[in-house]
Design a protein around this ligand. Structure first.
Ligand code: ADP
Length: 255
């Protein structure tokens, strides 16, 4: 019969080489990504100290320039911008620690219902400023196993978005519920919604939908929240509501 062996050997060797170079490329890419992440972590860390000083001095100046409207306006601006920068740097640091698996999660029994109510209380004065009304539909004593601080940060990010992207006078429905295996945290606003083509992209770092550009933000909140929820073996989904606005659903395994 005909002998195909030499050809097959040659082919399999080529395949072998190809797969080795792919794997080399993969490793190089991993290294590169790793170095980029480390770079971002280092830069953020280095920015913290000077920023703390800028923020400190600008706060000190607020009192000093009282009664001088032009100066007061400039100092107010300085103060707001340094707050914004501080937030950005803190978010960058958190996200690079989450990436590197260097952020510790302290799991304990967390009463999700109470945590959500506490967060709503914290946001009450901001909500009043935007004239937004939170409608609470919180089942009592839904508990999960989680890191309290991290969950708080995630909940805060989502409620903060609902406030930011809602028109004044809007209503935001906040729910906590549970079934046999899962706990659910939902936030439904009546704001501008998210263009359908952006629904998946808004979880990417720095991605902001075109209809959000006029509102202040870093584009990191959802990326951080998703990492936090994933670390809790949960998931987060965004959808547009049929009558306008956005609904976020966070599903967490029950304790
Ligand atoms: P930020 O709000 O700082 O821009 P996020 O990561 O929290 O960053 O959100 C990313 C983007 O997702 C926002 O810029 C906005 O386009 C969109 N988005 C998030 N939440 C809402 C919401 N409740 N309503 C409308 N758009 C939203």
């Amino acid at each position: 019969g005909r002998d195909f062996t030499p050809i097959c050997l040659e082919r399999s060797d080529e395949l072998g080489q190809l797969s080795r170079s792919f794997s080399d490329m993969g490793n190089q890419l991993q290294d590169y990504i790793q170095r980029q992440r480390q770079f971002v972590a280092n830069v953020s860390h280095e920015l913290r100290t000077p920023l703390t000083a800028i923020k400190g001095y600008s706060e000190y100046l607020i009192d000093e320039v009282k009664g001088q409207p032009d100066l007061a306006k400039a100092v107010d601006h300085l103060n707001n911008e340094s707050s914004r920068l501080t937030r950005l740097v803190n978010e960058l640091l958190l996200i690079s620690r989450l990436d590197a698996g260097r952020e510790d999660f302290l799991f304990e029994r967390v009463n999700l219902s109470e945590l959500v109510k506490e967060t709503l209380d914290k946001l009450q004065s901001r909500a009043a400023k935007y004239t937004i009304y939170f409608e609470e539909k919180v089942e009592p004593d839904v508990t999960v196993s989680g890191d309290r601080e991290k969950l708080l940060q995630g909940i805060l990010n989502l409620l903060d978005n609902a406030l930011k992207y809602s028109p004044p006078g809007g209503k935001v429905e906040v729910g906590v519920a549970a079934d046999g295996s899962s706990a659910y945290f939902t936030v439904a606003d009546r704001g501008r919604g998210i263009p359908p083509q952006d629904l998946n992209k808004v979880f990417e770092r720095f991605y902001r939908a075109a209809n959000a550009k006029a509102v202040g933000g870093t584009g990191l909140g959802l990326a951080i929240t998703e990492e936090i929820i994933t670390a809790h073996h949960g998931k987060i989904q965004l959808a547009n509501r049929p009558d306008g606005g956005t609904k976020v659903t966070v599903t967490l395994p029950r304790r």
